[in-house]
Ligand binder design. Structure first.
Ligand code: MN
Length: 440
């Protein structure tokens, strides 16, 4: 099964695709993330797996008889939903087979390697699309550091609301505006109540922000009315990607009471195109965040020894900013923050189990955002709202620029990876988006 170490994790194994053996690369033989792509020559969307600087076209590999038949049928599709629905036995079978077909030791030069090579597309030619037809998108609030920092700005007396330690708080997001990395993001217009104004104005948001998040794609899911116990939660997580929950803070602070985020967030949500399986991340499991003395234990349906022992993920998540002036001056993107997913208060399994606990049905391809990933250190704060304390302390950029919030032309770049001695580096790739000016 996909929760234990096996030969697909062996860091000593190399691929016959040279770029996959770059120790600083995102997509070594041990990763094998799935995505959906097309090319100018072949415009129909297809499922692929990234390996080094190549993508293996799974429809082509299936047609060539290289894949297990059940997996091949599900992957001969314009999205990953059918494969997500198959569950972890099938996911593991594909991973094991690709590890064999792409391994230098298991697939030496010869007829089989040549057959695989005909299924490869250079990654630079692949135009990435959304990995799935996303039916529903939910965004959580699982970092206690983010919740506390944000709460302190709005409620200094009571930063953390009393339900936080008990309920994995979330809201239902919007699917129609979920876009793949690289899609430009238009600054929203909206209602805001400027400081000291008596009535609201309407116009371009002046406080556009990003939120650094990890997202999970749901696997088989559950029937309506049938919860998912915590022990089975991870069987229902197909994999993870980066997510940018673009947020207009001025619109948000005026509209959010009493029903929560609405137009401040649903104008765009970006996701990275490659979905990294939990199996690829097995070497990077960590204990769930240990609650401090005085913090209540989770209720029984959200608690287990296994979740506490290995519910977390040692995934480094970084935010970079590239302004138009930096781009013109040839200055590389500047790192604004660096955090780690192991600092989250709720694990992905707890988020999924809580979501289904009332019988709400989760379906293959549903998207669950973690909430902004912020840690205890100031440089691990995953949005500008926190980094600049609501714009009061702008961040300094190379070239004597500063930013309180995002300006037109700014490009936000998220990167994520897992790395430690003795293991292959597992990269999530990038989630990028350039801010376009608001419509007049
Ligand atoms: Mn969010």
């Amino acid at each position: 099964m996909n929760s234990t170490l096996n030969s697909t994790h062996d860091a000593s194994r190399q691929s016959w695709i040279p770029a996959a053996n770059d120790p600083a690369g995102d997509f070594p033989l041990q990763n094998l993330p799935t995505g959906v792509f097309h090319t100018p020559a072949q415009p129909a969307p297809r499922v692929g797996v990234a390996i080094g600087d190549q993508v293996i076209d799974l429809a082509a590999a299936g047609a060539a008889g290289l894949l297990p038949p059940s997996v091949a049928a599900a992957c001969d599709a314009p999205d990953l939903n059918a494969f997500m629905a198959l569950g972890p036995v099938a996911w593991s079978a594909l991973r094991a087979r690709l590890s064999e077909l792409l391994g230098a030791d298991t697939c030496p030069p010869g007829a089989q390697q040549s057959a695989v090579a005909t299924c490869l597309v250079p990654i630079t030619e692949a135009r990435m699309l959304l990995p799935a037809r996303i039916g529903d998108y939910t965004d959580f609030y699982a970092s206690i550091f983010h919740a506390t920092n944000v709460g302190r700005m709005f409620r200094p007396d009571q930063p953390l609301l009393p339900n936080y330690h008990w309920v994995p708080v979330g809201y239902h997001g919007r699917v129609s505006s979920v876009v793949v990395s690289g899609t430009p993001v238009r600054r929203p217009n909206g209602q805001t109540l400027p400081a000291e104004a008596k009535s609201p104005r309407v116009g371009a948001s002046q406080q556009l922000d990003y939120e650094l998040e990890l997202a999970a794609f749901v696997g088989p899911g559950n029937a309506l009315g049938s919860p998912i116990p915590l022990a089975r939660a991870e069987e229902n997580i197909f994999g993870v990607c980066l997510l940018n929950d673009w947020s207009a803070r001025d619109i948000q602070s005026w509209e959010y009471q009493p029903l929560g985020p609405f137009l401040a967030k649903n104008f765009a949500t970006s996701v990275s195109p490659w979905v990294v399986s939990l199996e690829a991340l097995v070497p990077f499991r960590t204990p769930a965040l240990v609650r401090s003395a005085g913090e209540p234990a989770p209720l029984p349906y959200l608690a287990s020894d296994a979740n506490q022992a290995r519910g977390g993920l040692d995934l480094r998540l970084e935010v970079f900013l590239l302004t138009p002036r930096m781009r013109r001056a040839g200055i590389p993107p500047h790192r604004l923050s660096s955090g780690n997913f192991s600092s989250m208060f709720w694990t992905l399994a707890q988020l999924l189990t809580h979501h289904a606990s009332n019988g709400c049905n989760l379906r293959p391809g549903d998207l669950l955002g973690s909430g902004t990933v912020s840690g205890p250190d100031p440089d691990s704060r995953g949005c500008l709202l926190e980094l600049t304390t609501r714009g009061r302390d702008p961040v300094a950029l190379p070239g004597a620029e500063t930013r309180a919030f995002l300006e037109d032309g700014d490009e936000v770049i998220f990167r994520g990876f897992a790395q430690k001695p003795g293991c292959a580096r597992i990269g999530l790739g990038e989630c990028r988006g350039v801010v376009l000016p608001a419509n007049p």
